[in-house]
Design a binder for this molecule. Structure first.
Ligand code: SF4
Length: 120
């Protein structure tokens, strides 16, 4: 029997790999080799954490749930222009430090470009 964290990781991976098709909750617990009760518990836990969306679907004449991953892939495009990439203070920047991403203006402006443009 896989460890709890391994089981959760594997379950999330299965849902992620199902992409936009979604994964029947029953297919998840069957693939994991756990009971339907354990599979339902995992799916509910993932939903609570926002890791998956559970959608009620009619499958073979029965109501069940399909699971959709809420994990988004990080793409190079998504970090394009981030000031941290070329920042000279990157190695000294950390939460609670003298230099911190929590009070970095360049980072704030990059994260909310439309607001920055409106303020300019
Ligand atoms: S948060 Fe600001 S100071 Fe920190 S690494 Fe990024 S750009 Fe540099």
């Amino acid at each position: 029997m896989p460890r709890k964290n391994d089981l959760e990781r594997k379950a999330l991976q299965l849902v992620f790999e199902a992409s936009s098709e979604g994964l029947l909750q029953s297919d998840m617990w069957k693939a994991l080799g756990v009971t339907s009760r354990e599979g339902s518990r995992l799916a509910l836990k993932f939903e609570e954490k926002g890791a998956v969306e559970r959608r009620k679907v009619l499958h073979n004449g029965r109501w069940t749930y399909k699971l959709f991953s809420q994990t988004k892939l990080v793409t190079l495009e998504s970090i394009k222009g981030c000031p941290c990439i070329v920042c000279e203070d990157l190695d000294k920047c950390f939460e609670g430090g003298q230099i911190s991403p929590l009070n970095c203006q360049p980072l704030s402006l990059w994260m909310v470009p439309s607001t920055a443009e409106e303020d300019a």
